[in-house]
Every structure is written in structure tokens, then in C-alpha cells.
Design a binder for this molecule. Structure first.
Ligand SMILES: [Zn+2]
Length: 250
């Protein structure tokens, strides 16, 4: 169930308040602060739909990380305000879109984070340490260890969920932690190679809407998907029938 929260309950850095003001000025909408006690798998989400801008916190009770999550999601909304496009998957088979939804959503988020994580550091928040804590979680490492022996033969497509975990490690952890995580995953050859290749593409991209678009296209191609399965920059709300639109990020 969704419930409205008051912005007054949170002390946020001045720069984050400016992000919120920018989103409100450009969209003409008040950014709502919501809690969704049924959301799982993320600490929060940024929602941007016609007539709605919202920062959504997951869980039923306040968490110490709430302020960090709010600033993080405001970061995603701010980028959209600055012209960062939405991405859509295009495929005749709706199941294909469903299967690849988490993949493209992760990829969009990881590229967007490159642009606003440094600002969060300036505000005294450390989004990288949150990523490290998530990824250094014993469950994630166990998952990588347990999966390694059961992997298919080389030459098959990488497992995208694992690839995104490794990509997050490379982009959002200190180098020594990232390398420790990749060592745990050493037997995951295709996933490790793919994550490293995507990291090079993303790190080289300018932190602009155009850089984001180019990085998305280049990553998509590097992953072996057809260009026409990815659509970038449609006006919100006018995605043709059969196309899935994405939340701004998580
Ligand atoms: Zn995010």
C-alpha cells in the first residue's frame, strides 16, 4: 500500500533540495514523497509518469538509509529534468520484454548513477559504500560461488542478472572490493568479460544526455541485442502499443 510522507520529516542537503526544486519547476508538478510497504528488491524508486513525479521509499518502517535513498531517487528525477531520455524495449514477443525488463532497468540505473553519485559524495553522502555493503553481502558472494560450477559451457550468452551484479561492482565499489568480487566470480568467464567490456564503454561516456544515449546503444550492441529492440527518448506517455516503458530508475 502507498502512503504519503511529509518532506518536513527529513533533513536533506541543500543541493538535494535544489534538485527537487528543479524537478518541480521544469515539470510543473510537486514531487511527492511516498512509502510503498510492498516494494521489495530495492530501497526506493523514482517515478516519473504523466502528471506524477514521486520519490518512493520501500518498506513499512523508516530506515536509517532513508535520507540517502531520497537523495538518490531525486538524482534520477533530476537527470530526467536535464533531458536524460527514457528507454523502451521493443519486441513483438511481450515475454521477451518481460525477460529483459530487469536487465535494461539495471543498465539505465548504473549509467545514470555515474552522473550524480559524485554530487552525492560532495553532499557528504556515500552512495558507493551502500553499493559495497550490498555487494559484499555474503549472499551475493555465495550466489556467485554456487553458480560458478553449474555454469553452461563457454560460448553461451552470459547470465544477465550476474553480469549486472558484476558491472555494479566495477562501477560502484572501490577497485580492491570490485576485484575481490570478480575473483569470487572468476569461473563466470562470459559474465566477467561482459561486465568489464560494459564498464569501459560506460566510463568513457560523457556525463550528458547524449553520452548516456551513446553508452546505452553501445552497451546494447556489445551485449548482442539488435539495435531496433532498444528505443531511446520517446516522449513520455506516447510509447506505441506493445512497447514497455521504464521507470526512471531505482
Ligand atoms: Zn539508482
Amino acid at each position: 500500500m502507498l502512503s504519503d510522507l511529509s518532506w518536513d520529516s527529513y533533513v536533506l542537503p541543500a543541493e538535494a533540495l535544489l534538485w527537487r526544486a528543479d524537478v518541480e519547476r521544469v515539470s510543473g508538478l510537486r514531487v511527492r514523497l511516498l512509502r510503498d510497504d510492498e516494494m521489495s528488491g530495492a530501497e526506493g524508486e523514482a517515478w516519473s509518469e504523466p502528471g506524477l513525479r514521486a520519490v518512493v521509499l520501500a518498506g513499512s518502517v523508516p530506515a536509517p538509509s532513508d535520507a540517502m535513498t531520497i537523495v538518490h531517487e531525486l538524482g534520477h528525477l533530476k537527470l530526467e529534468t536535464e533531458g536524460w531520455p527514457h528507454c523502451y524495449l521493443c519486441h513483438e514477443d511481450p515475454r521477451w520484454i518481460e525477460w529483459h525488463y530487469a536487465l535494461i532497468s539495471d543498465l539505465v540505473s548504473l549509467i545514470e548513477h555515474q552522473s550524480f553519485f559524485p554530487s552525492m559524495l560532495r553532499m557528504g553522502l556515500d552512495p558507493f559504500s551502500a553499493s559495497e555493503a550490498d555487494l559484499a553481502d555474503a549472499d551475493v558472494l555465495d550466489e556467485l560461488r554456487n553458480l560458478a560450477p553449474s555454469l553452461p559451457l563457454p560460448g553461451l550468452k552470459p547470465d544477465w542478472a550476474i553480469t549486472m551484479q558484476l558491472l555494479r561492482a566495477l562501477l560502484e565499489c572501490r577497485p580492491q572490493i570490485a576485484e575481490m568480487i570478480l575473483r569470487e566470480a572468476a569461473q563466470l568467464g562470459p559474465e566477467v568479460r561482459m561486465a568489464r567490456a560494459l564498464t569501459v564503454i560506460i566510463r568513457a561516456a560523457p556525463l550528458t544526455p547524449q553520452g548516456f544515449t551513446a553508452a546505452m546503444r553501445d552497451c546494447w550492441r556489445a551485449m548482442g541485442f539488435a539495435d531496433d529492440t532498444l528505443s531511446i527518448g520517446e516522449e513520455e506517455g506516447v510509447a506505441p502499443t506493445g512497447l514497455d516503458s521504464l521507470a526512471v530508475g531505482g
